[in-house]
Design a protein around this ligand. Sequence first.
Ligand SMILES: *Cc1c(COP(=O)(O)O)cnc(C)c1O
Length: 388
Amino acid sequence: MSDQNPVFIPGPTNIPESIRKACDMPTLDHRSPVFQTILTPALDGVKKVLKAENAEVVIFPSSGTGGWEAAISNTLSAGDKVLAAQQGMFSQKWIDMCERHGLDMIVHEVEWGEACPVEKYAETLQADTDHTIKAVLVTHNETATGVLSDVAAVRRALDDANHPALLYVDGVSSIGSMDFRFDEWKVDLGIAGSQKGFMLPAGLSIVAVSKKALATMEQATLPRYYFDIPDMIANLAAGGYPYTPVVGMLNGLAKSCEMLLDEGLDNVFARHHRIAEGVRLAVKAWGLELCAVRPEIYSDSVTAIVVPEGFDGAELVSHAAIKYGVSFGGGLGKVAGKVFRIGHLGSMTDAMALLGLATAEMAMVDLGYPVKLGSGVAAAQEYYRSNA
Ligand SMILES: *Cc1c(COP(=O)(O)O)cnc(C)c1O
């Protein structure tokens, strides 16, 4: 019966029944006009969720990683300089992708648990008076460490330096769960995936593109075909796709956007914040530490918890999965074994979070962690009770 339990991994997230039903469709001819009744609400909904009304939005049949590739391959050429921060597994993988594309990386490495180092970015951009840096990458929510970075501050750093580089933001695990303002922050390429805040299965990457980014695409010489954004824009404008779209997933995406917008984005973000606060209070009651090093950068979509000395986070995660049928996230890369993660984004309620916390407690006590049964649950209950 373990498939009755919600998952507490930071993606793929739990799928609401109405979205599952929307995805489950008979075959539909994507070249018929009927397809537009699915495509249009999906594109319109995504623009609202990303606050990207001035942008072009394209949706590729891929996981989020494809969105990274689309963003860089359409706008850059081999040898272009790219500024990035290595602050966790996801930011590291994006850097790796850029390197494999022959881009010239300037990487600021920070402690895993820290946010994007905006001051270092500012210094680097100020010093780049010839404007050789073409791209600035930010991982809005580093899913490996549970750290949120300040995209608006990176935009200010670019503007203060009068620097024309494009701003690329990985919002895969923030968009739809925490506030993301594509237009206001003047993001040039914003990337989301279907299986996190949008509560869908994996299979769609969403890329919002500014007019400024669009204008660079003709000169950009990195090879691209499947992920060609101008091709996709031209086809979407004509109501179709350059190849076969994932029709059911797009129908699910339209439904997901409708749900998020019906709840109200501010209410969605407040819900995520409340759930996350309860989880953080539980961690405190357990006497454990977060991987994120300071409160201002705590993520409301995922919490990475440092396991005590002598314990293995991976063992905890597999024990909870085997004995209780409940999935948590393990540590990735540099923090493998050292942390475990509770994903609390997407289709999540206070009551579901309590189930996750209660199970984590049982699993920890089973393995001899110095944690008292009920301690974290009680702390979260007290918070949810008075903040619901
Ligand atoms: C999940 C995720 C991705 C994309 O991963 P896929 O498995 O390709 O969907 C990218 N960045 C972040 C921050 C993520 O959390």
